[in-house]
Design a binder for this molecule. Structure first.
Ligand code: 2AM
Ligand code: CA
Ligand code: CA
Ligand code: CA
Length: 272
Protein backbone atom coordinates (compact mmCIF):
# COMPACT_ATOMS: atom_id res chain seq x y z
CA UNK A 1 0.00 0.00 0.00
CA UNK A 2 1.28 3.47 -0.93
CA UNK A 3 2.56 5.17 2.23
CA UNK A 4 0.70 8.48 1.68
CA UNK A 5 -2.56 6.62 1.21
CA UNK A 6 -1.81 4.46 4.25
CA UNK A 7 -1.20 7.57 6.38
CA UNK A 8 -4.45 9.09 5.14
CA UNK A 9 -6.42 5.92 5.95
CA UNK A 10 -4.70 5.73 9.34
CA UNK A 11 -5.72 9.32 10.15
CA UNK A 12 -9.34 8.66 9.18
CA UNK A 13 -9.45 5.38 11.12
CA UNK A 14 -8.02 7.09 14.20
CA UNK A 15 -10.57 9.88 14.00
CA UNK A 16 -13.51 7.46 13.57
CA UNK A 17 -12.46 5.10 16.33
CA UNK A 18 -12.09 7.98 18.83
CA UNK A 19 -15.46 9.37 17.75
CA UNK A 20 -17.13 5.95 18.12
CA UNK A 21 -15.56 5.54 21.57
CA UNK A 22 -16.73 8.97 22.68
CA UNK A 23 -20.27 8.07 21.58
CA UNK A 24 -20.18 4.84 23.64
CA UNK A 25 -18.83 6.66 26.73
CA UNK A 26 -21.57 9.29 26.47
CA UNK A 27 -24.28 6.61 26.36
CA UNK A 28 -22.72 4.08 28.72
CA UNK A 29 -25.43 4.49 31.39
CA UNK A 30 -28.38 4.60 29.00
CA UNK A 31 -30.80 1.62 29.13
CA UNK A 32 -29.58 -1.21 26.90
CA UNK A 33 -31.43 -3.65 24.68
CA UNK A 34 -29.52 -6.94 24.96
CA UNK A 35 -30.22 -9.82 22.55
CA UNK A 36 -28.58 -13.23 22.31
CA UNK A 37 -27.05 -14.84 19.22
CA UNK A 38 -25.61 -18.41 19.02
CA UNK A 39 -26.24 -19.22 22.72
CA UNK A 40 -27.62 -17.49 25.87
CA UNK A 41 -24.15 -16.12 26.74
CA UNK A 42 -23.42 -14.79 23.24
CA UNK A 43 -24.69 -11.21 23.59
CA UNK A 44 -25.31 -8.32 21.23
CA UNK A 45 -26.65 -4.86 22.04
CA UNK A 46 -27.96 -1.85 20.19
CA UNK A 47 -24.57 -0.22 20.84
CA UNK A 48 -22.70 -3.02 18.98
CA UNK A 49 -24.98 -2.42 15.99
CA UNK A 50 -24.89 1.38 16.18
CA UNK A 51 -21.10 1.41 16.36
CA UNK A 52 -20.57 -0.97 13.44
CA UNK A 53 -23.10 0.91 11.35
CA UNK A 54 -21.24 4.19 12.14
CA UNK A 55 -17.97 2.76 10.76
CA UNK A 56 -19.64 1.27 7.68
CA UNK A 57 -21.30 4.59 6.83
CA UNK A 58 -18.02 6.55 7.24
CA UNK A 59 -15.97 4.04 5.24
CA UNK A 60 -18.49 3.70 2.39
CA UNK A 61 -18.78 7.51 2.17
CA UNK A 62 -15.02 8.07 2.07
CA UNK A 63 -13.70 4.91 0.41
CA UNK A 64 -16.55 3.36 -1.63
CA UNK A 65 -14.12 0.86 -3.20
CA UNK A 66 -12.99 -0.58 0.15
CA UNK A 67 -14.54 -3.82 1.48
CA UNK A 68 -15.72 -4.25 5.07
CA UNK A 69 -16.07 -7.31 7.27
CA UNK A 70 -17.90 -6.64 10.53
CA UNK A 71 -19.24 -8.92 13.24
CA UNK A 72 -22.79 -7.54 13.18
CA UNK A 73 -23.26 -7.93 9.43
CA UNK A 74 -23.38 -4.31 8.18
CA UNK A 75 -20.35 -4.96 5.99
CA UNK A 76 -19.85 -7.15 2.95
CA UNK A 77 -19.78 -10.93 2.52
CA UNK A 78 -16.25 -11.59 1.33
CA UNK A 79 -14.79 -14.60 -0.42
CA UNK A 80 -11.30 -13.13 -0.72
CA UNK A 81 -9.05 -10.61 1.00
CA UNK A 82 -8.16 -8.89 -2.31
CA UNK A 83 -8.07 -5.09 -2.27
CA UNK A 84 -8.41 -2.95 0.86
CA UNK A 85 -10.46 -4.66 3.56
CA UNK A 86 -11.52 -3.19 6.93
CA UNK A 87 -12.11 -5.93 9.52
CA UNK A 88 -14.17 -4.47 12.36
CA UNK A 89 -15.38 -5.59 15.75
CA UNK A 90 -17.49 -2.67 17.02
CA UNK A 91 -17.46 -3.95 20.62
CA UNK A 92 -15.07 -6.76 21.49
CA UNK A 93 -16.05 -8.01 24.92
CA UNK A 94 -19.80 -7.42 24.72
CA UNK A 95 -20.34 -9.42 27.93
CA UNK A 96 -17.97 -7.04 29.73
CA UNK A 97 -19.74 -4.07 28.12
CA UNK A 98 -23.11 -5.31 29.42
CA UNK A 99 -22.07 -6.54 32.87
CA UNK A 100 -19.11 -4.31 33.75
CA UNK A 101 -19.37 -1.21 31.55
CA UNK A 102 -15.60 -1.50 31.07
CA UNK A 103 -12.97 -3.93 29.74
CA UNK A 104 -14.19 -3.86 26.15
CA UNK A 105 -12.58 -2.53 22.99
CA UNK A 106 -13.26 -1.38 19.47
CA UNK A 107 -11.04 -3.38 17.12
CA UNK A 108 -10.24 -2.28 13.56
CA UNK A 109 -7.72 -3.99 11.28
CA UNK A 110 -7.05 -2.74 7.76
CA UNK A 111 -5.65 -5.21 5.21
CA UNK A 112 -4.29 -4.75 1.70
CA UNK A 113 -4.43 -7.92 -0.44
CA UNK A 114 -4.40 -10.03 2.72
CA UNK A 115 -1.50 -8.20 4.39
CA UNK A 116 -2.22 -6.39 7.66
CA UNK A 117 -1.31 -2.71 7.22
CA UNK A 118 -2.98 -0.83 10.10
CA UNK A 119 -4.34 -2.01 13.45
CA UNK A 120 -6.32 -0.15 16.12
CA UNK A 121 -7.52 -1.53 19.46
CA UNK A 122 -9.29 1.10 21.54
CA UNK A 123 -9.89 0.39 25.22
CA UNK A 124 -12.90 2.69 25.28
CA UNK A 125 -13.52 3.35 28.99
CA UNK A 126 -9.80 3.74 29.79
CA UNK A 127 -9.38 5.89 26.67
CA UNK A 128 -6.22 4.00 25.71
CA UNK A 129 -5.46 3.32 22.05
CA UNK A 130 -3.13 0.55 20.92
CA UNK A 131 -2.16 1.07 17.29
CA UNK A 132 0.32 0.03 14.65
CA UNK A 133 1.27 0.39 11.03
CA UNK A 134 3.13 -2.52 9.41
CA UNK A 135 6.91 -2.13 9.81
CA UNK A 136 6.57 1.09 11.84
CA UNK A 137 6.22 -0.40 15.33
CA UNK A 138 3.33 -0.64 17.78
CA UNK A 139 2.19 2.11 20.14
CA UNK A 140 0.15 2.48 23.29
CA UNK A 141 -1.14 6.03 22.80
CA UNK A 142 2.08 7.97 22.07
CA UNK A 143 4.49 5.49 23.62
CA UNK A 144 6.26 3.01 21.37
CA UNK A 145 6.04 -0.54 22.70
CA UNK A 146 9.38 -2.34 23.04
CA UNK A 147 10.00 -5.67 21.30
CA UNK A 148 8.95 -8.71 23.31
CA UNK A 149 11.53 -10.33 25.56
CA UNK A 150 12.61 -13.62 24.03
CA UNK A 151 14.18 -15.11 27.16
CA UNK A 152 10.82 -15.77 28.86
CA UNK A 153 10.89 -19.08 30.66
CA UNK A 154 7.61 -21.02 30.47
CA UNK A 155 7.61 -21.31 34.29
CA UNK A 156 7.52 -17.49 34.52
CA UNK A 157 4.91 -16.96 31.81
CA UNK A 158 1.42 -15.53 32.30
CA UNK A 159 -0.90 -16.90 29.62
CA UNK A 160 -4.38 -15.58 28.85
CA UNK A 161 -6.76 -18.51 28.45
CA UNK A 162 -10.30 -19.24 29.58
CA UNK A 163 -11.74 -22.07 31.68
CA UNK A 164 -12.89 -24.08 28.66
CA UNK A 165 -9.32 -25.40 28.26
CA UNK A 166 -9.58 -27.01 31.71
CA UNK A 167 -13.03 -28.57 31.16
CA UNK A 168 -13.67 -31.59 28.92
CA UNK A 169 -13.54 -30.22 25.35
CA UNK A 170 -13.23 -31.40 21.76
CA UNK A 171 -9.81 -29.93 21.03
CA UNK A 172 -7.22 -30.76 23.69
CA UNK A 173 -7.21 -33.22 26.59
CA UNK A 174 -8.07 -31.20 29.71
CA UNK A 175 -5.57 -33.09 31.87
CA UNK A 176 -2.73 -32.01 29.62
CA UNK A 177 -3.93 -28.40 29.95
CA UNK A 178 -4.36 -28.74 33.74
CA UNK A 179 -0.71 -29.82 33.89
CA UNK A 180 0.17 -26.86 31.65
CA UNK A 181 -1.51 -24.29 33.92
CA UNK A 182 0.36 -25.72 36.91
CA UNK A 183 3.63 -25.37 34.98
CA UNK A 184 3.23 -21.70 34.02
CA UNK A 185 3.27 -18.80 36.49
CA UNK A 186 -0.35 -17.76 36.02
CA UNK A 187 -3.38 -17.40 33.80
CA UNK A 188 -5.61 -14.43 33.02
CA UNK A 189 -9.04 -14.09 31.38
CA UNK A 190 -9.86 -10.56 30.23
CA UNK A 191 -12.95 -11.44 28.16
CA UNK A 192 -11.89 -9.40 25.13
CA UNK A 193 -9.68 -11.10 22.55
CA UNK A 194 -8.59 -7.71 21.23
CA UNK A 195 -7.46 -6.55 24.67
CA UNK A 196 -5.69 -9.88 25.23
CA UNK A 197 -3.68 -9.24 22.05
CA UNK A 198 -3.01 -5.63 23.12
CA UNK A 199 -1.82 -6.73 26.58
CA UNK A 200 0.40 -9.41 25.01
CA UNK A 201 1.87 -6.69 22.75
CA UNK A 202 2.44 -4.51 25.81
CA UNK A 203 4.23 -7.46 27.47
CA UNK A 204 2.03 -7.55 30.59
CA UNK A 205 1.00 -11.08 29.64
CA UNK A 206 3.22 -13.46 27.66
CA UNK A 207 0.71 -15.19 25.44
CA UNK A 208 -2.90 -15.88 24.56
CA UNK A 209 -4.55 -19.13 23.54
CA UNK A 210 -8.16 -19.39 22.31
CA UNK A 211 -10.34 -22.21 20.99
CA UNK A 212 -12.19 -20.27 18.33
CA UNK A 213 -12.08 -16.66 17.20
CA UNK A 214 -13.52 -14.90 14.19
CA UNK A 215 -11.53 -12.59 11.89
CA UNK A 216 -12.86 -9.41 13.59
CA UNK A 217 -11.67 -10.62 17.02
CA UNK A 218 -8.04 -10.87 15.85
CA UNK A 219 -7.55 -8.72 12.74
CA UNK A 220 -6.13 -5.66 14.54
CA UNK A 221 -4.45 -7.70 17.28
CA UNK A 222 -2.33 -9.72 14.88
CA UNK A 223 -1.00 -6.55 13.21
CA UNK A 224 -0.15 -4.84 16.51
CA UNK A 225 1.34 -7.97 18.08
CA UNK A 226 3.46 -8.66 15.01
CA UNK A 227 5.13 -5.25 15.35
CA UNK A 228 6.66 -6.22 18.72
CA UNK A 229 7.91 -9.57 17.40
CA UNK A 230 4.90 -11.65 18.47
CA UNK A 231 3.72 -14.56 16.33
CA UNK A 232 0.14 -15.72 15.81
CA UNK A 233 -0.86 -19.13 14.44
CA UNK A 234 -3.55 -21.71 15.05
CA UNK A 235 -2.96 -24.02 18.02
CA UNK A 236 -1.47 -26.49 15.50
CA UNK A 237 1.08 -23.93 14.30
CA UNK A 238 -0.61 -23.37 10.93
CA UNK A 239 -1.26 -19.92 9.38
CA UNK A 240 -4.40 -17.93 10.24
CA UNK A 241 -7.13 -17.72 7.60
CA UNK A 242 -8.64 -14.21 7.80
CA UNK A 243 -11.88 -15.37 6.13
CA UNK A 244 -12.73 -18.07 8.69
CA UNK A 245 -12.82 -18.92 12.38
CA UNK A 246 -9.47 -20.08 13.76
CA UNK A 247 -8.02 -21.50 16.94
CA UNK A 248 -5.41 -19.03 18.18
CA UNK A 249 -1.99 -19.13 19.78
CA UNK A 250 -0.27 -15.74 20.12
CA UNK A 251 3.09 -15.52 21.92
CA UNK A 252 6.81 -15.10 21.31
CA UNK A 253 8.82 -17.62 19.27
CA UNK A 254 10.32 -19.36 22.30
CA UNK A 255 6.99 -19.94 24.06
CA UNK A 256 5.43 -20.91 20.74
CA UNK A 257 7.63 -24.03 20.53
CA UNK A 258 6.77 -25.08 24.06
CA UNK A 259 3.03 -24.41 23.84
CA UNK A 260 2.68 -26.06 20.42
CA UNK A 261 4.30 -29.23 21.75
CA UNK A 262 2.02 -29.23 24.83
CA UNK A 263 -1.06 -28.84 22.63
CA UNK A 264 0.18 -31.56 20.27
CA UNK A 265 0.51 -33.95 23.20
CA UNK A 266 -3.15 -33.49 24.15
CA UNK A 267 -4.65 -32.76 20.73
CA UNK A 268 -7.90 -34.58 19.91
CA UNK A 269 -9.57 -33.56 16.62
CA UNK A 270 -9.46 -30.36 14.61
CA UNK A 271 -13.13 -29.45 14.95
CA UNK A 272 -13.64 -25.90 16.31
P1 2AM B 1 -17.32 -10.46 21.35
O1 2AM B 1 -17.47 -9.88 22.68
O2 2AM B 1 -17.08 -9.46 20.26
O3 2AM B 1 -18.39 -11.43 20.96
C1 2AM B 1 -14.43 -13.57 25.02
O4 2AM B 1 -15.74 -13.95 25.02
C2 2AM B 1 -13.93 -13.20 23.64
O5 2AM B 1 -14.34 -14.17 22.67
C3 2AM B 1 -14.43 -11.87 23.14
O6 2AM B 1 -13.40 -11.31 22.38
C4 2AM B 1 -15.62 -12.25 22.28
O7 2AM B 1 -15.94 -11.30 21.30
C5 2AM B 1 -15.10 -13.52 21.65
N1 2AM B 1 -16.11 -14.42 21.16
C6 2AM B 1 -16.03 -15.03 19.96
N2 2AM B 1 -17.10 -15.80 19.76
C7 2AM B 1 -17.89 -15.70 20.85
C8 2AM B 1 -19.16 -16.26 21.24
N3 2AM B 1 -19.83 -17.11 20.46
N4 2AM B 1 -19.66 -15.92 22.44
C9 2AM B 1 -19.00 -15.07 23.24
N5 2AM B 1 -17.80 -14.52 22.93
C10 2AM B 1 -17.25 -14.81 21.74
CA1 CA C 1 -20.18 -11.01 19.72
CA1 CA D 1 -15.16 -10.07 19.27
CA1 CA E 1 -18.13 -7.92 19.06
Amino acid sequence: MDSNLRNEIYTKGLQWIKQAGENIRTKINNPLVVDTKSNPNDLVTTMDRETESFFVTKIKETYPEHAIVGEEGYGDKLSSMDGTVWVIDPIDGTMNFVHQKRNFAISVGIYQDGIGEIGFIYDVMSDILYHAKRNEGAYKDNVKLPSLKTDTNITEAIIAMNHFWLCPNKLVDEEVMQHFVRTIRGTRVYGSAALEFAFAAEGIINGYISMGLSPWDIAAGIIIFNEVGGVTTTIDGTPINMLEKNTILACNLVLQDEILSTVKEGRKSDAI
